[in-house]
Write a protein that binds this ligand. Structure first.
Ligand code: IPE
Ligand code: IPE
Ligand code: MG
Length: 249
């Protein structure tokens, strides 16, 4: 593995930050002649298992794409069912997060979420804010382009108010305005279900992430599948545009 990476868990083989596009719940359900919602229910189970596994192997940041801004365009019944399941996920995961010292964060347009769910999430964010073992970021009503535009709006205000000079806008200054703030960029991006696209996820942050696509449908992406992805990441050679020393000599 490259030694050039700046990582807080140097010495372990786990990536510092794993981001996952959890896709394929609907197809998982269809293959079993079940309603789509059952696929989502199984998907939340898989998410809980992956959170536990990430904590165990020393991942510091786990970002899960659970609901995109575009997903609001799905039929209202599915959207409502997903909000219900998110509500249960937050309730049922609370004990896990506390026991495993996981800090919860949410990235996305939180204001879009039903207020009861928002309140529950806010309470859990507060309750877990001192935890340091793993940061779990749930991407809810998330869009990478909207994240960048929101950052640009806030940055423009700061320039207008004299808090920032235009020539000070560099990558370090800009990232501070993103939902992800000072969190490190994902080392590994996983997408399940065989789709090979980014679907508007973390567009700024994944510029140098290793990407792992798998045909496994999200509800089947359990501990073993996650460990396989991490193992494959461990075999990747990250160059960040440079040459390896041997290639140069
Ligand atoms: C991912 O599963 C969950 C969400 C996008 C909310 P899908 O619901 O997209 O499942 P497929 O892609 O239809 O199989
Ligand atoms: C991406 O999955 C969003 C989430 C996993 C939450 P989608 O199923 O919504 O993506 P597309 O429509 O196939 O690109
Ligand atoms: Mg999908």
């Amino acid at each position: 593995m490259s030694t050039r990476k700046t990582r807080s868990n140097e010495g372990s083989s786990a990536p510092t930050h794993v981001a996952i596009i959890m896709d394929g719940n609907g197809r998982w359900a269809r293959a079993r002649n079940l309603p789509r919602i059952e696929g989502h229910r199984a998907g939340f189970e898989a998410a809980r298992e992956v959170v536990r596994t990430a904590g165990e192997i020393g991942v510091d940041f786990l970002t899960l794409y659970a609901f995109s801004v575009e997903n609001w365009k799905r039929p209202i019944q599915e959207v409502n069912a997903l909000m219900e399941l998110l509500n249960s996920f937050v309730e049922e995961t609370e004990a896990d997060l506390v026991a495993n010292e996981v800090r919860l964060k949410v990235i996305g347009r939180i204001a879009d979420l039903p207020s009861a769910l928002r309140e529950k999430i806010d309470a859990l964010i507060l309750r877990t804010s001192q935890h340091r073992k793993l940061t779990l970021s749930l991407a809810l009503s998330y869009s990478g382009r909207i994240e960048i535009l929101t950052a640009v709006q806030r940055l423009a205000c700061d320039v207008l108010n004299g808090r920032l000079r235009a020539e000070e806008i560099d990558e370090t200054a800009f990232r501070h305005y993103l939902y992800t703030g000072e969190d490190p960029d994902p080392d590994l991006l996983i997408r399940t279900s065989g789709e090979m696209r980014l679907s508007n996820f973390l567009l700024w942050q994944i510029s140098y992430s290793e990407i792992y696509f798998t045909d496994v449908l999200w509800p089947d992406f359990r501990r073993e599948a996650f460990l396989r992805a991490v193992e494959e990441y461990g075999r990747r050679q990250r160059r960040f545009g440079r040459l390896e020393r041997e290639e140069f000599e």
